[in-house]
Structures are given as C-alpha cells and as structure tokens.
Design a protein around this ligand. Structure first.
Ligand code: TYM
Length: 331
C-alpha cells in the first residue's frame, strides 16, 4: 500500500485554492492508501502568530478538514507539533542541506521580496522541514497544488542525498500527486494567478464564507471591458473567472459563458452572478458542517489525540531507524 502525506498551514479557514489544489485529492485518496494529513503549525511560526491566533487557526483547519470529509478513522489526521520526531528529523536533514540551494528556492526569494523585515532562518529552511514532514512516514505520494512542486523536488534531493551518503535505500522518492493530471493552481479574484490569503485576503473565497460575503467578493472581482472581436484571447483576470467557473459550475454553464465571450455578447455582471451562486451552492454544505463542528471541542480533542498517537507510532519508528543509520548507537 502506498503511503501518502500532505499538510496545510493553519492560517484560518481553507480557501478554494486549498480545496481544489490539495484537500480534494486527500479526500479521494484516504480510503485506498495509508494516508497522513496534518496541520503544519510549526511552519506557520515563520509569520510570528500570537498564541491565540495560532491555536484558533489550528482549530479552524482541523474543523475545515473534517467538514470537507476527511475521515479520521480512515486516515491519520494530526497536528504537526504533536509529533516532535518531525523536529528531530528536520534538524538532521538541515546538516546536509546547503545554504546555496535553499537560497535559490522561489518561495524563499518571494518571501524576501514581500517581507524584507522578517527573513528568518525558518523561512530559509522551510524546504527541509517540509521534507521532514513527508519522509518521517517514508511517503511515496504528496497531494499538493502546483506551487509546491519545487519543494517536492527539494525533498527528492534530500532523500537521494541521505540514501547515497549512508549507502542505504531507506527513503522512497516522493512525488507531488494529482491523479495523473497536472498539478493545479486556482487563481485569485483580484486578477492574480494564485488565490492566496497571505497576498490578498479579498481575492480568496473561504469554505466558511457566508453567501452574502461570497456574492460581494465575486461581484467585486477584477474583469475587463469585454472582448471587441470574436474568439479574442482572454485577459488574465477574465481567464481567472473562467477557471474558477470550471471547477465550481456545471460544464453547460461554463460552455454557455464561454460562447457568450467568444461571440462578444458576454456581460460580466451576469457571469459573476452565476459564478457567485454556484460557489454558494458548492460551499454551503461545508459552511454548515464547519459551524456544527466548531462547537464540538470534545470531538476535536478526540480526533487530534487519536491522530497524534497514530502519527507518532510511524514517526518514532522512522527516527529510531534513521538514528541507527546515522550512527547514533547506544553503548
Ligand atoms: P499552504 O498551506 O500554502 O497550502 C496548502 C495546500 O493548498 C495548495 N494551494 C493551492 N492549490 C491550488 N491553487 C491555489 N491557489 C492554492 N493555494 C494553496 C498548496 O499547493 C498546498 O498543497 N508547504 C505547504 C504545507 C506543507 C506541506 C508539507 C504540504 C508543509 N509540509 C508536507 C505537503 C507535504 C504549504 O505552505 O501549503
């Protein structure tokens, strides 16, 4: 059976990008594989959350996971910091991770640009922590969105380096996974190519958003003046609206607005109204479940506790074996 690992940073409710890029894949995989899905709370410390925000956001992601249908009896659902073996493996991997290669990672360069006042060592070594998350369970597949591709490539580099250095075939080479399809990237409502909370919260639709808020955000989404000739290539912002429509609306609806665009008859107001209603229909069951689960602290505690136990069982086995391979041996 293949081992699958993936995680999401706790930054609040999950948005459509998280859902279609990662969560939907988790849901499809949980019954056929040995799956570990976690909340990456160590990772989120790079942005220095307050203790209240950190705890609240971990809870929200756990609730969102469960509301979306992650089944804690089928998969191991846990919180990263409940498994300190991850931190030990991170330390060990850092010894063989080179500053030069870490500095070349695109997400690190972006962070330097966006938050020059907080370029911490955790950001630089983000790919080694992510590799530790994955290989602590000796995973084969990692369901993620397109933006994580380079991190997965780094994980393979660390795996190969470790196996070569100690002359073992211990860690498998994990691959980013989306059911044989291309990895996907859901665009933002602000004309940007990626829906991202840290870039612009208003460009995101969250699974827990109320219908009125969804309508407001979608009606404000960036578009353009409309096509002036048939079959004109779409501007990025318009392409974005169509791409979101592709994942939440029916094929007929998508084809209808696509035809209107190609024949220069489109009215973006109509398209946005339809898109907003389709998003509301799509997110309503999630929102209802989120509200219900948020009030059930006892159940959340049980899920987190049971997940931590199962995850630690697998993680401590790996750490024990890695320690032996490296040469930490009892006297
Ligand atoms: P994070 O928290 O930024 O995003 C979580 C998951 O959602 C996907 N995603 C998207 N997919 C498509 N379109 C979008 N607009 C979009 N926005 C986010 C991401 O690709 C990701 O799969 N480093 C990871 C968390 C992590 C992890 C791991 C993942 C830590 N350790 C180990 C897998 C395995 C991250 O920051 O994702």
């Amino acid at each position: 059976m293949e081992i699958v690992v993936s995680g999401i940073r706790p930054t609040g409710d999950l948005h459509l990008g998280n859902y279609f890029g990662a969560l939907r894949n988790f849901l499809k995989m949980q019954h056929q594989n040995n799956c570990y899905f976690f909340i990456a709370d160590y990772h989120s410390l790079t942005t220095h959350p307050t203790p209240e925000d950190l705890h609240g956001n971990v809870k929200r992601v756990l609730v969102n996971y469960l509301a979306a249908g992650l089944n804690p009896d089928a998969a191991t659902v846990y919180i990263q910091s409940d498994v300190p073996e991850v931190a030990e493996l991170y330390l060990l991997l850092n010894m063989n991770a080179y500053v030069g290669e870490l500095e070349r990672v695109v997400s690190f360069k972006e962070k330097i640009r966006k938050q020059p006042n907080n370029v911490n060592a955790g950001l630089l070594t983000y790919p080694t922590l992510m590799a530790a998350d994955i290989i602590i369970h000796r995973a084969h597949k990692v369901p993620v969105g397109k933006d994580q591709e380079q991190h997965l490539e780094m994980t393979r580099n660390f795996v190969n380096r470790f196996n070569r250095m100690y002359n073992v075939d211990y860690f498998p080479e994990p691959t980013a996974y989306n059911f044989g399809e291309e990895l996907i990237k859901i665009p933002g409502l602000d004309g940007s190519t990626k829906m991202s909370k840290s870039d612009n919260e208003n460009s995101c639709i969250f699974l827990g958003d109320a219908p009125e808020l969804i309508r407001k955000k979608v009606m404000k989404a960036v578009s353009d003046q409309g096509p002036t000739e048939p079959n004109q290539p779409k501007a990025q912002a318009v392409e974005n609206l169509f791409n979101i429509m592709k994942v939440v609306s029916t094929e007929d609806t998508y084809a209808h607005f696509s035809d209107l665009y190609n024949t220069c008859q489109i009215r973006y107001g109509d398209m946005k109204k339809q898109l907003a209603e389709d998003i509301v229909i799509f997110t309503t069951p999630f929102r209802e479940k989120i509200l219900e689960l948020s009030a059930d602290n006892e159940y959340l505690h049980k899920v987190a506790y049971q997940g931590a136990e199962k995850a630690r069982e697998s993680a401590s086995k790996t750490i024990k074996e890695v320690r032996e391979i490296i040469g930490f041996k009892p006297f």
